[in-house]
Design a protein around this ligand. Structure first.
Ligand code: COI
Length: 335
């Protein structure tokens, strides 16, 4: 039996080797290339594939897998927005993901972005580089006592809620499926609009379903408190970036921490000679602001997370190949 992995980074190779040692009867092969029309042929002769990328999965490339007799796909991450589930249904695929490789990785990064904005770390870093070690006027704010709005309280959002509460925040949250533990704490409000109106800090933790494209648009920003701190470590497409840029320009948004961007595939995971060589207009409009922090989709990137992404995806791909129930099956019949 053979499993082929796409998009493999150097830091994943050790974990793949470890898994191979524990599964000597399974052949493993991989490429650093992502899965697309050009690379789909590499999986010929394999039984299952394991994927990881932020780019969409083209139906024409998936069709090639079907032609090779491959019907089991596992992704090493949580987000499934790269797939059109109809394509998977049409082509007869089964899919698994890794929904809980480390909710803390993303939650802690979210807290980090929030604290860096509240304590004006980028400004202090600049002052430090300029040899200016004075406090004034770079005074900060505390999480304690602030109202933190969380949109989406799945695995990640609920960890964010717990950490924020432990830090003294008044948490308000919205989710179509409330988490029972958090519901007992009375944090849920009736609508996203309530979260937008009440919060000093807003953080997104929902998947990018088609209906949620630009969930946070010009109207949504207009409902927020003046000077709100806005964090997105979920998906770039949830936010109308031009509306965010306008909200930063007007001061409606007082600070933004962005681990994801709508146009991130043109920028993130690439190496430019200098930051000025990045041509993406939205990226250019966001950088060089003292109240914007961009991280290149690194919220997930911890050793714990990467280990679990590799192990859980390979385990589930193998389970499917052995006709056993995988731990994290994805229901591709829901949109
Ligand atoms: C996810 O797990 O969905 C992420 O956003 C992480 C990234 C490696 C795609």
């Amino acid at each position: 039996m053979k499993i082929y992995l796409y998009g493999v980074r150097e830091d994943e190779k050790g974990y793949i080797k470890e898994w191979e040692k524990e599964h000597k009867d399974i052949d493993i092969d991989f490429t650093h290339k992502i899965f697309d029309n050009k690379t789909a042929d590499l999986a010929e002769g394999s039984d299952g594939v394991v994927l990881l990328q932020t780019q969409a999965y083209p139906k024409t490339a998936l069709k090639k897998l079907q032609d090779f007799g491959i019907s089991k796909i596992s992704v090493r991450n949580v987000g499934l927005d790269g797939f059109d589930f109809k394509d998977l249904r049409d082509l007869g695929f089964s899919l698994t993901n890794v929904p809980v490789y480390s909710p803390n990785a993303i939650a802690e990064h979210t807290i980090g972005l929030t604290l860096r904005l509240l304590r004006r770390v980028p400004e202090f870093d600049q002052k430090f580089a300029d040899g200016d070690f004075r406090w004034f006027p770079t005074i900060g704010e505390e999480i304690n006592g602030k109202t933190v709005g969380i949109i989406g309280t799945g695995h990640i959002g609920s960890v964010v809620a717990r950490i924020m509460m432990a830090m003294g925040a008044n948490v308000v949250a919205y989710d179509i499926k409330p988490n029972p533990y958090l519901e007992n704490l009375g944090i849920y409000v009736d609508s996203i609009e309530d979260v937008l109106k009440q919060s000093d800090i807003i953080t997104l933790h929902t998947p990018l379903a088609k209906k949620d494209l630009h969930m946070i648009d010009k109207l949504a920003f207009s409902k927020m408190k003046d000077g709100v701190i806005f964090i997105n470590a979920a998906r770039g497409g949830l936010v109308d970036t031009d509306a965010l840029i306008a909200a930063l320009d007007s001061g409606k948004v007082g600070g933004a921490g962005l681990d994801v961007l709508e146009s991130e595939n043109d920028v993130f995971q690439k190496k430019f000679d200098t930051i000025n060589d990045v041509k993406d207009p939205q990226f250019k409009a966001l950088i060089n602001r003292k109240n914007v922090i961009i991280t290149p989709h690194t919220a997930f990137y911890t050793t714990t997370a990467v280990h679990n992404m590799v192990f859980d995806s390979l385990n589930d791909n193998l389970k499917m190949l052995q006709s056993k129930a995988p731990k994290y099956p994805v229901d591709i019949n829901v949109e």
